[in-house]
Design a protein around this ligand. Structure first.
Ligand SMILES: [Zn+2]
Length: 88
Protein backbone atom coordinates (compact mmCIF):
# COMPACT_ATOMS: atom_id res chain seq x y z
CA UNK A 1 0.00 0.00 0.00
CA UNK A 2 1.20 3.52 -0.72
CA UNK A 3 0.00 6.97 0.24
CA UNK A 4 -0.05 9.21 -2.80
CA UNK A 5 -1.01 12.75 -3.58
CA UNK A 6 -3.36 11.88 -6.40
CA UNK A 7 -3.25 15.49 -7.55
CA UNK A 8 0.28 14.95 -8.90
CA UNK A 9 -0.99 12.22 -11.16
CA UNK A 10 -3.98 14.27 -12.31
CA UNK A 11 -1.90 17.38 -13.04
CA UNK A 12 0.38 15.45 -15.39
CA UNK A 13 -2.63 13.79 -16.94
CA UNK A 14 -4.30 17.15 -17.69
CA UNK A 15 -1.17 19.01 -18.75
CA UNK A 16 -1.41 18.37 -22.51
CA UNK A 17 -5.08 19.26 -22.54
CA UNK A 18 -4.34 22.58 -20.82
CA UNK A 19 -1.35 23.32 -23.04
CA UNK A 20 -3.52 22.79 -26.13
CA UNK A 21 -5.44 25.90 -25.11
CA UNK A 22 -2.24 27.95 -25.06
CA UNK A 23 -0.59 27.36 -28.44
CA UNK A 24 2.05 30.02 -27.74
CA UNK A 25 3.19 28.29 -24.57
CA UNK A 26 6.57 26.54 -24.52
CA UNK A 27 6.15 22.79 -24.04
CA UNK A 28 9.65 21.92 -22.89
CA UNK A 29 10.32 19.76 -19.87
CA UNK A 30 11.29 22.72 -17.64
CA UNK A 31 8.13 24.69 -18.36
CA UNK A 32 5.92 21.63 -17.94
CA UNK A 33 7.51 20.89 -14.58
CA UNK A 34 7.09 24.53 -13.50
CA UNK A 35 3.40 24.45 -14.43
CA UNK A 36 2.93 21.24 -12.44
CA UNK A 37 4.79 22.67 -9.42
CA UNK A 38 2.81 25.93 -9.46
CA UNK A 39 -0.47 24.00 -9.62
CA UNK A 40 0.51 21.65 -6.81
CA UNK A 41 1.58 24.59 -4.63
CA UNK A 42 -1.75 26.36 -5.13
CA UNK A 43 -4.11 23.47 -4.47
CA UNK A 44 -4.80 21.36 -1.43
CA UNK A 45 -3.11 17.99 -1.74
CA UNK A 46 -5.47 15.11 -2.29
CA UNK A 47 -4.01 12.04 -0.63
CA UNK A 48 -5.28 8.56 -1.20
CA UNK A 49 -4.18 5.18 0.01
CA UNK A 50 -3.67 3.09 -3.04
CA UNK A 51 -2.83 -0.37 -4.15
CA UNK A 52 -1.27 -0.84 -7.57
CA UNK A 53 -3.74 0.09 -10.28
CA UNK A 54 -6.23 1.70 -7.94
CA UNK A 55 -5.01 5.22 -8.60
CA UNK A 56 -6.49 5.57 -12.06
CA UNK A 57 -9.98 4.61 -10.93
CA UNK A 58 -9.81 7.23 -8.16
CA UNK A 59 -8.95 10.06 -10.55
CA UNK A 60 -12.00 9.23 -12.65
CA UNK A 61 -14.37 9.83 -9.77
CA UNK A 62 -13.29 13.40 -8.98
CA UNK A 63 -16.17 15.79 -8.84
CA UNK A 64 -16.80 18.45 -11.43
CA UNK A 65 -16.11 21.44 -9.18
CA UNK A 66 -12.70 20.02 -8.33
CA UNK A 67 -11.89 19.70 -12.02
CA UNK A 68 -13.01 23.27 -12.70
CA UNK A 69 -10.77 24.54 -9.89
CA UNK A 70 -7.88 22.47 -11.20
CA UNK A 71 -8.22 23.84 -14.73
CA UNK A 72 -8.44 27.43 -13.47
CA UNK A 73 -5.26 27.04 -11.43
CA UNK A 74 -3.46 25.24 -14.24
CA UNK A 75 -4.37 28.08 -16.62
CA UNK A 76 -2.96 30.56 -14.10
CA UNK A 77 0.16 28.41 -13.88
CA UNK A 78 0.63 28.53 -17.65
CA UNK A 79 0.33 32.33 -17.64
CA UNK A 80 2.83 32.63 -14.78
CA UNK A 81 5.38 30.36 -16.42
CA UNK A 82 4.85 32.01 -19.80
CA UNK A 83 5.49 35.43 -18.23
CA UNK A 84 8.57 34.22 -16.33
CA UNK A 85 10.12 31.26 -18.12
CA UNK A 86 13.27 29.90 -16.48
CA UNK A 87 15.11 29.94 -19.80
CA UNK A 88 15.38 32.10 -22.91
ZN1 LIG B 1 10.23 26.03 -21.86
Amino acid sequence: MVVKNVLEHIVWQQLDEVLDRFPAMCRCEKCRADIAAYTLNHMKPHYVVSEKGALFAKTQSLDASFKVELLIIMSEAVKQVQAHPRHE
